[in-house]
Design a protein around this ligand. Sequence first.
Ligand SMILES: Cc1ncc(COP(=O)(O)O)c(C=O)c1O
Length: 386
Amino acid sequence: MTYKYPVYRPYFNGREKDLVMDCIESTWISSRGRYISEFETRFANWLGVRRATTVSNGTVALHVALHALGIGPGDEVLVPALTYVATANAVRYTGATVVLVDSEPNYWQMDIRDAESKITARTKAIIPVHLYGHATDMTALMALARRKSLFVIEDCAEAIGTRIEGRNVGTFGDLACFSFFANKTITTGEGGMVVSNDDRLADRVAQLKSQAVSTSREYWHDEIGFNYRMTNMCAAIGCAQMDMVDELIARKQRIADWYKEFLEGVPVHVHETQPDTFHSFWMVSILTQDAKDRDPLRDMLKEFGVETRPLFHPIHHLDMYKEAHARFPVAEDLSSRGVNLPSYPALMRGDVATICAPIRAYFERMGNVRETVSALRDAFEVKASA
Ligand SMILES: Cc1ncc(COP(=O)(O)O)c(C=O)c1O
């Protein structure tokens, strides 16, 4: 089904096409070419970090980062229960054990006190995920990690532009990983980046992503590496996206403000922002007060051509990560009530007003989908099927 208002659609400024054409005309279409280093340098400078290494997606960014830190079988890695599955999968790829941590209820990020309670003699690293564009409390998390001698890999897939007291997330941990999938704030189609302030770790990631090829001997490989390289064509799109990264983030701020304005007085809770944090609003998300309203609300919005997404299923609900008796009450509660609303950068104020009108009407009609749809049908020219 095509939606009038999809959850996401990428935003291009036109230079993407020219730069990709340049790759094709110059025949530099694989993982060598000038756009790779240009994208890496611009990204590192923009973020405020010493080094950035392109990779082919955000999942392998996490895997190669874990591998570079020497994490493997017998080790434990703390991961929030409420995240996209890739965070946990990357840990599993290394043979290490995923140890899940509950969320805090205010901003939906990893609960640092619960993280501390999960640390054992085997724990080697923590992966805070800056979920939906908010930030994990990195001051508390870094203090904990330093006290317990643990590595930190920030999962910034959803958080380019998110800042804590003016400092970008991705600059706090030993390593940080980004995703440039088509629904991310900047995109290269598929793509990712690993960043670090540690030259030794950055060199190791760069070598591992390219079959661990020797820097001193031709066609010699120092260890078992990976082909996790980004193509020059993807990097070319990344360069064009970097031209307007600040504009994209500003657009998302405006969209979030419009949602807050049009949902004022509606009994839903819009994802809040901690006072010291700049929330980049990769997704604008809401919680219904009652979990039973979540799915009817989504069904009703679908009738009006508005695509939504549920918040992620907690990782321990997935068969591969099921743990007997495991309970993560906050993550479970958020997941049962949460909805991601259309959040793509081209949305205008009138679009957000249009999306919010049926949400308000739904609650004014006590959650009656049929009545809401028929009441608003003419205004929206939709066919009621509820
Ligand atoms: C939190 C999180 N981590 C990791 C990833 C993986 O990124 P990719 O889809 O580029 O592999 C994603 C994205 O989709 C994500 O949302």
